[in-house]
Design a protein around this ligand. Structure first.
Ligand SMILES: O=C(O)CCC(=O)C(=O)O
Ligand SMILES: [Fe+2]
Length: 314
């Protein structure tokens, strides 16, 4: 009896094992069926994803390419991006050796040191502390003396008279002139110009931008514009940044608005960005969202009639 029960028990175990094996086999083949489906689904998803990506990147106006990041250091040679010159220059007298024949934009971090940028920033801070706009954008033009005050401008040389000698030093102005000369030289070298045929032009100004809401049109620095249209005499624009995007302020990146997309330059203290001033370089500045952004606009003309002398203390 015991043996018979054992025999029966052995058979039952054998059958159970067979059933389990059968189940496992069925499950395996079911998985294999699912796996095929999963692979098919993944391929379909990848194809859809790639198509979507291609579609999104083909929406030109939405693309933003960063030309130079804040954290990068463009040393030795400027990083140059060539663009075709617009026809704007044909409406003006041509000055061989200066009028743009090659157009583009370039960035360099090796013309002005961060220490020099800091000295110039302190100069800007002291000057702008004398007044400043009620809105988010203030300027100080050391050549004309224009300084934002409330909703308008005053002339610092007239308004503050001799006291201005307590705010700025001869060394400050010497540094400005020095830096202007170096910027002129790098623009000439980059675009193949004769530096003696380029002249500083107005306006040339320090700018201070923060996130305070605009009170007048003068505070609306973010509009897309063409410098040659806005300022007339400009042939080459340069911007010397005196503070760092990301740590001193946010927003406030410089944006070239090309037909096939936006290209940005992130400000960095000591960074010089320069470009031909025609409509091949339509641009804007993003709104500053926090912090304070300092920069200097230094521009050059080919027309001696629009030349100005370097700023100097009276
Ligand atoms: O500060 C900047 O980055 C650009 C300013 C500008 O576009 C201008 O002064 O015309
Ligand atoms: Fe501009």
């Amino acid at each position: 009896m015991v043996r018979m029960r054992n025999t029966k028990g052995a058979n039952a175990t054998e059958i159970e094992k067979k059933i389990k094996r059968g189940n496992a086999l069925r499950q395996g083949s079911a998985w294999r069926g699912h796996r095929g489906l999963m692979v098919l689904l993944l391929v379909a998803l990848s194809v859809c994803g790639a198509a979507l990506w291609l579609y999104v990147t083909s929406l030109d106006s939405d693309i933003t390419e960063t030309l130079v990041r804040q954290g990068e250091l463009v040393s030795a040679q400027p990083r140059v991006y060539t663009v075709q010159c617009s026809e704007d220059y044909e409406n003006y007298k041509r000055y061989p050796g200066c009028t743009p024949q090659r157009c583009g934009r370039a960035v360099t971090d090796s013309v002005v040191t961060r220490e020099e940028a800091q000295v110039l920033r302190r100069l800007a801070e002291r000057g702008l502390a004398l007044a400043g706009s009620e809105g988010g954008a203030s300027i100080l033009d050391l050549h004309s003396g224009a300084l934002s005050m409330g909703k308008q401008f005053v002339n610092i040389y007239r308004y503050f008279g001799d006291q201005i000698g307590d705010v700025f030093t001869q060394e400050d102005f010497q540094l400005y002139r020095d830096v202007r000369g170096r910027i002129q030289a790098v623009i000439a070298e980059t675009f193949g110009l004769d530096p003696t045929l380029m002249y500083l032009t107005k306006p040339t100004f320090f700018s201070r931008i923060n996130s305070t809401a605009a009170k007048t049109q003068h505070d609306e620095y973010w509009h897309p514009h063409i410098d040659k249209v806005t300022y007339g005499s400009f042939d080459y624009t340069s911007l010397l940044y005196l503070s760092d995007y990301g740590s001193d302020f946010s927003g406030g990146r410089f944006v070239f608005m090309d037909q096939n997309g936006n290209r940005t330059v992130e400000p960095r203290a000591g960074r010089v960005s320069f470009f031909s001033s025609g409509s091949e370089n339509l641009h804007r500045v993003e709104k500053v969202t926090w912090g304070t952004r300092y920069a200097i606009t230094v521009s050059f003309t080919c027309d001696p009639a629009h030349a100005i002398s370097d700023p100097a203390l009276p």
